[in-house]
Design a protein around this ligand. Structure first.
Ligand SMILES: [Fe+2]
Length: 169
C-alpha cells in the first residue's frame, strides 16, 4: 500500500518530503484503525466489551472519519501538484488527468463508506463498523496503488535518478 512511499525516502524535494510525512500519517491511521477495536481479528462483538470501552470506541469513530477526509484530501492534492510540477514528460504526468479523476472518485467513495459505517455504528455494531471501515479503505487504496501510485513510484525513481546527478531534487 502507498507504493510511492519508498521512492520518496531518497529525495530532497519539498513536495516529496511532505508526501512522505503524509504517507506515514496514513499508514499510522490505518494501523490505529485496525487496532482500536480489540475484536477486529476475532469473531467476538461489542457484547464482550464493557460499557466504558464500547462508549470510547463509538465516540472515536467520528474523529477517524474527520482525519480520513483531511488526510486523503491533502495527500491527493499534493500528489497531483508534485506530478504537475516535477514529473513532466513521464508517464505519471501523462496520466495526471485520469489520476486526478481517480482521486476525486476515491473521495466520493470514502463519503459513501463513512455514511455506511456511521449507520452500522448507529445500530451499536461498532466492532462491525471498524471492520467495515478498515477493509473498505485497504481495498480502495490497494486498487488505487495498483492502477496509479505504483506508476507514480516508478516515475519518482526515474526522476530521482536523473535529478540526483544534477543535485537539485
Ligand atoms: Fe494517487
Amino acid at each position: 500500500m502507498f507504493a510511492h512511499g519508498e521512492a520518496i525516502y531518497n529525495s530532497s524535494s519539498d513536495n516529496l518530503w511532505q508526501l512522505m510525512k503524509e504517507h506515514q500519517r496514513l499508514t499510522t491511521f490505518l494501523d490505529d484503525l485496525q487496532h482500536n477495536c480489540i475484536n477486529q481479528h476475532n469473531q467476538l462483538d461489542c457484547s464482550h466489551c464493557d460499557r466504558g470501552a464500547l462508549a470510547s470506541c463509538r465516540g472515536q469513530l467520528p474523529s477517524y472519519f474527520h482525519d480520513l477526509i483531511d488526510l486523503c484530501s491533502i495527500h491527493f492534492y499534493r500528489e497531483e501538484v508534485l506530478i504537475a510540477q516535477e514529473l513532466q514528460g513521464l508517464a505519471a504526468h501523462q496520466n495526471l488527468r485520469k489520476h486526478h479523476q481517480a482521486h476525486a472518485g476515491i473521495l466520493k467513495k470514502i463519503g459513501g463508506i463513512i455514511g455506511e459505517c456511521a449507520l452500522i455504528n448507529e445500530k451499536k455494531q461498532t466492532d462491525e463498523a471498524y471492520r467495515f471501515l478498515y477493509k473498505s479503505l485497504t481495498q480502495l487504496f490497494a486498487e488505487h496503488d495498483a492502477e496509479f501510485d505504483e506508476e507514480l513510484a516508478r516515475c519518482i525513481h526515474e526522476k530521482h535518478g536523473r535529478v540526483n546527478s544534477a543535485q537539485t531534487l
